[in-house]
Design a protein around this ligand. Structure first.
Ligand code: FUL
Ligand code: CA
Length: 697
């Protein structure tokens, strides 16, 4: 028996298909079967390290540092290192949580933009050594790498080249400092599977910029970890998916023309989201997203941990769309993962396990058209043998082909999973899924790319036959697996909306649930107020929580929280530098104000109709452009005298993560008028200023 046959035979034994293969060998004889040339690889191909990395699918991000203690998203580097003082840090708890969540590794912010090092770097004076934690004797990387080892998890590091603390930043000397820090991290803590490079670079109008020596950084790391995967906007190991919501493009190529991109480039998000069909480099997507609105822990977001349906949406839009999912779980001020996050992670795990509990495809008889002839490695049988290394393929140059799963009895399903054998390149460009209904076939999905993995969420469908038609591909399609599941039906999240005049309405896309809500921040139960379908008045600032129940309250969905500012009832936009200011104060997050033309600064003034006591204001950016970075906020009694701004600053990380920003005033103040001045944009090339909503609380 030659090696290949032995290899095949072992696989077959593993999957109890000995009989079938023995028959096959008898009928066709080994020699002819192997006479056929193998399938030629197509286009850009993954390296062995990238192939291994792709199979990780889901791992944890941890943002932790001085920001955890100062409630910031971007520290300035001028914070006292003594603020970093977790009271009961337990890296084993992080690792245990990740393991139980089904994650394969942990990537930690060893150094964020504030320059603070979670290890005692010899090349910085802003580190754990200067902190109050363990009298300066602690080392977070040492504790976490040991915990990862103990729990069988991979260990990865985020190091921000942008360093707002280091005195050499902005000079050529800094590149060597950063390389030295990389060397420390890659020599002292064992294996590192992924090196995460952030693209931020002296953001903001007065930010110091550095010309980064990427060659030096890469070389330094590769010296110690030749198989590391480099993450950045432009790879080379894997690429940013172009947003911080965890959503890959519906079309998602793992290929990219790397030479056209660089870390920190603006305006490339859409390309990164989808990849490039004809890209000459293999640079698969990684979707990074936080389980909370921000990346760092804040007590203010304890009730804003993403709900189960939301996390599932993220999973199906990342792992389900040919991208790996890097889910951030921020560690709190104690140095532990908060229970709200860990409970949600366990719920999420349970739901995923339930969704993929039993693969109906193993019960199907599978037939295919256009199957490559005389090739023992290629058979429709391998589509559902549970082995991602065996496959079905069409004949050389045949860019179309179909396979059909036939069941003895009708099955009901709502998930279909496909995998390409990506070691030979990503090929499929278009496919459909159809089901047989009587004599007719009904198309239920029309899609584009597959890649390493594609999972379709479909309506519950009952049928005896499912057919996948590959309509177009860049080379003969090579499909390694098809799986079919019936995921349990789940309650959708209620949607809470409020009109300009403070009337709250709650809807739920699921059929006929009962919805209960609270207005005091407490958890809704079946004893809380019941939403009857008529909007109720809630004009003040505060929190509405709603939850859907079915089966007489025995089953419930997720608690959805809406934090409202004061309803902008009777407010008027007095003056804007231009544009329709009313749209920033209409209570509608879909409509927005945008100034027309001109360059920064821009502004908007609002008359609230009566004098109001104000603790702070909020700014909800419009998602597509006109995002404000530096602002000044003024109050006035008469709309004439504005005096000094009552708040001034920048919205950290707002370009990549355009979520609602809230700013608390140093002390509460009374006023009838407010004025927001946009001083600098988040994207230097974008001269517009826009706001979906501006509010006060
Ligand atoms: C961004 C950073 O600026 C954020 O603070 C965060 O670390 C995110 C993961 O990457 O570029
Ligand atoms: Ca609006």
């Amino acid at each position: 028996m030659n090696n290949r046959i032995l290899f095949l035979w072992i696989h077959v034994c593993n999957y109890n298909r000995m009989k079938k293969i023995a028959l096959f060998l008898l009928l066709f004889g080994c020699h002819q079967a192997w006479a056929q040339p193998e399938i030629k690889p197509y286009g850009a191909l993954p390296s062995a390290a990238q192939l291994k990395w792709q199979q990780l699918e889901y791992y944890m991000f941890i943002h932790f540092g001085p920001n955890t203690f100062t409630d910031k998203e971007w520290g300035h580097g001028d914070e006292d290192p003594k603020v970093f003082n977790p009271t009961e840090l337990d890296a084993r708890q992080w690792a245990r949580t990740a393991k139980l969540a089904g994650m394969k590794g942990i990537i930690i912010t060893a150094k964020h933009h504030d320059g603070f090092c979670l290890w005692p770097s010899a090349y910085s004076k802003h580190t754990v050594r200067e902190s109050a934690w363990k009298n300066g004797k602690g080392d977070v990387l040492a504790e976490l790498s040991a915990a990862c080892k103990e729990y069988g998890l991979l260990f990865g590091v985020y190091l921000s080249p942008w360093d707002r603390n280091h005195p050499a930043y902005g000079t050529p000397d800094y590149n060597q400092v950063f390389a030295n820090q990389l060397k420390e991290v890659h020599t002292k803590y064992g294996d590192v599977f992924e090196q995460w490079f952030d693209g931020a670079n002296g953001e903001g109008p007065n930010g110091k910029k550095q010309v980064y020596d990427w060659d030096l950084f890469h070389k330094t790391v590769l010296q110690y970890h030749p198989n590391v995967i480099f993450f950045s906007d432009a790879g080379p190991g894997c690429r940013w998916i172009g947003n911080e919501n965890g959503f890959a493009g519906v079309t998602n190529w793992s290929t990219l023309n790397r030479k056209d991109f660089a870390p920190g480039m603006h305006g490339i998000q859409d390309i990164l989201n989808k990849g490039q069909e004809d890209g000459v480099d293999w640079v698969p997507g990684e979707a990074d997203v936080s389980i909370r609105p921000g990346w760092f822990y804040s007590a203010a977001t304890d009730d804003k941990v993403k709900t189960l349906p939301w996390l599932l949406d993220i999973y199906y839009a990342s792992v389900g769309r040919n991208a790996n999912l890097l889910l951030n779980v921020p560690v709190d001020r104690r140095g532990r993962i908060h229970k709200n996050d860990s409970l949600r992670l366990m719920e999420f795990r349970k739901a995923l396990d339930a969704d993929f509990k039993s693969n109906l495809a193993v019960k199907a008889r599978i037939s295919a058209t256009n199957t490559r002839q005389n090739s023992m490695l290629t058979s429709a049988v391998y589509l559902a043998d549970g082995n991602p290394n065996t496959y079905w393929a069409t004949g050389e140059g045949q860019l179309q082909g179909s396979f059909t799963l036939s069941f003895v009895k009708p099955v009901t399903f709502n998930r279909l999973e496909l995998q390409e054998f990506i070691a030979l390149g990503q090929r499929v460009k278009a496919f459909t899924v159809s089901v047989q209904e009587g004599k007719e076939w009904r198309e239920i999905a029309k899609e584009t790319t597959i890649g390493y993995k594609r999972i379709l969420r479909l309506p519950n469908t009952t049928t005896q036959s499912i057919r996948v038609d590959i309509l177009d591909a860049k080379a003969s399609p090579v499909i390694s697996e098809v799986k079919v599941f019936k995921a349990p039906d789940r309650l959708a999240d209620p949607v809470i909306k409020r009109s300009k005049d403070g009337m709250v309405s709650i809807t739920c896309p699921s059929a006929d649930p009962e919805i209960f809500y609270t207005l005091d921040g407490s958890e809704p139960t079946t004893r809380s107020a019941r939403y009857t379908g008529t909007a109720f008045s809630f004009p003040q600032s505060g929190t509405v929580k709603a939850k859907a129940f079915i089966e007489e309250g025995r089953k419930s969905g997720a608690t959805v929280t809406a934090a409202f500012d004061l309803a902008p009832s009777g407010w008027k936009a007095l003056k804007t530098s231009s544009g329709d200011g009313e749209k920033a104060i209409d209570g509608d997050f879909q409509s927005s104000w945008q100034n027309q033309g001109g360059s920064y600064p821009h502004e908007i003034q609002v008359d609230m109709g009566k004098t109001i006591s104000i603790n702070g204001f909020s700014y909800t950016p419009r998602k597509n452009g006109g995002i404000i970075y530096t602002y000044a906020f003024y109050l006035s009694q008469d709309g004439q005298q504005w005096g000094e701004p009552v708040a001034k600053g920048s919205f950290a990380n707002i370009l990549n993560n355009p979520v609602k920003q809230t700013v608390k005033l140093v002390k509460p103040a009374s006023a009838r008028y407010f004025r927001l001045v946009a001083i600098a944009p988040a994207d230097e090339k974008d001269s517009r200023a826009a706001a979906a909503e501006i509010g006060v609380f």
